[in-house]
Design a binder for this molecule. Structure first.
Ligand code: FE2
Length: 380
């Protein structure tokens, strides 16, 4: 489609409703943000196309975007409606879990109506790219706005917000001066005190993938063995469960993505705020000469056979803008990619930190090795 047509603003509302049947065996929530029924929305049934109506013709000129997203935040609806107001492009949203959406696009194959996959963790983006789901995109806007280490080197996907894997500690039992690096969590002084979720989760695979890159396979294997020896309990639950367990005294430290802490701090549930009050975050590997804290992304890639490729690029470029960056990141308590963009006050209160600038694609490339290492170490 002609990119120049994007300047036309067509007033649209945001409606919700199912837009088609999912692939068998891949249960998927469906939602659509649009003004009228799309003529070629993702659906297993033939769609009626009101091609003769002038209004429909006008909308078809701007077109639509079929967005497969594993994000489920209320603020996303505002992003979609703002984008539609700016461009006239309708956004049809298919929601599901990360793995469901990847499986669905694979199942749909060349005929997939998907234009763009939005998901979390570079490890998953890497898997989708390896499965051939994405096509390379060159965009001056994205290359200028998205830091080089937070996008695929070949343009197959782009980070949209940052998520940082940090150490949470019990303020009454741990001093920040006791902490330094991810590597130092292997020290015997932490025996029986560390909490972490399962090694089967991509967040830990990506973190360990970065350790492999920094320290090599042998050192990372030794680190993982010591970590398992230092665990307060067998891995169970998600990152929030680790935070609550530290607050409850099950252990003294937890590895967590930062936004789970922000959610506890901002929680409407008194018990969760009380748990957060017992905890603080530590950003590892900050000293002079160290590589910085592990930074991952929420991100997106344009699907290989996207029927609305230009609209997908336009949406990515819109999400890289200051206003959309703030809405996108605040909705999930993530850090914006772009410096100077407003973020959640809880995140601002943690102050600046140095990022590991290892390219996020490396996390996925090392993911299999990370799984192997954690498995051999007995990290369940
Ligand atoms: Fe998460």
């Amino acid at each position: 489609m002609n990119r120049r047509s994007f300047g036309k603003a067509v007033g649209t509302g945001v409606a919700a409703g199912a837009i088609g049947a999912g692939v068998a065996g891949a249960p998927t929530l469906m939602r659509v943000a649009r003004a009228t029924a799309p003529s070629s929305a993702p659906s297993s049934a033939p769609a009626a196309a009101p091609a003769s109506a002038p209004a429909a013709a006008q909308e078809q000129a701007a077109g639509q975007l079929n967005l497969y997203s594993s994000r489920h935040y209320d603020t996303d609806a505002r992003l979609f409606s703002d984008f539609t107001a700016q461009t006239g492009i309708r956004v049809n949203v298919i929601e599901g879990t990360e793995d469901q959406l990847i499986s669905r696009i694979e199942s749909e194959g060349k005929n997939s109506p998907a234009d763009l996959l939005v998901t979390v963790d570079a490890g998953r983006l890497w898997r989708a790219e390896q499965a051939g789901l994405f096509q390379p995109i060159y965009s001056d806007v994205l290359n200028a706005r998205v830091p080089g280490h937070l996008r695929h080197p070949g343009g197959f996907w782009f980070g949209l917000a940052k998520r940082v894997r940090v150490i949470a500690y019990a303020k009454d039992r741990v001093s920040p001066s006791d902490l330094s690096t991810y590597e130092a969590l292997a020290h015997p002084k932490w025996r029986g005190r560390v909490l972490a979720r399962s090694s089967s989760h991509v967040y830990n695979q990506s973190l360990v993938g970065s350790l492999i890159e920094a320290n090599g396979l042998d050192a990372t294997q030794a680190w993982a063995r010591s970590m398992v020896g230092n665990m307060a309990r067998r891995p169970q639950g998600g990152d929030t469960d680790q935070l609550k367990a530290v607050a409850a005294g099950v252990g003294d430290l937890a590895i967590t993505n930062h936004y789970y802490m922000a959610r506890l701090v901002n929680s409407t549930v008194r018990e969760e705020r009380e748990a957060a009050a017992k905890l603080a975050l530590f950003f590892p590997n900050q000293a002079d000469g160290e590589r910085g804290t592990h930074v991952n992304v929420s991100g997106a890639g344009v699907i290989a056979n996207a029927p609305n490729r230009d609209n997908a690029i336009a949406f990515l470029e819109y999400l890289a803008g200051d206003s959309a960056q703030s809405i996108f990141a605040r909705g999930s308590n993530e850090f914006p990619l772009v410096d100077g963009v407003e973020m959640d006050p809880v995140l601002s209160s943690w102050g600046p930190f140095r990022e590991d600038t290892l390219n996020a694609a490396t996390f996925g490339a090392n993911g299999r090795g990370a799984m192997f290492i954690m498995d051999r170490a007995g990290w369940r």
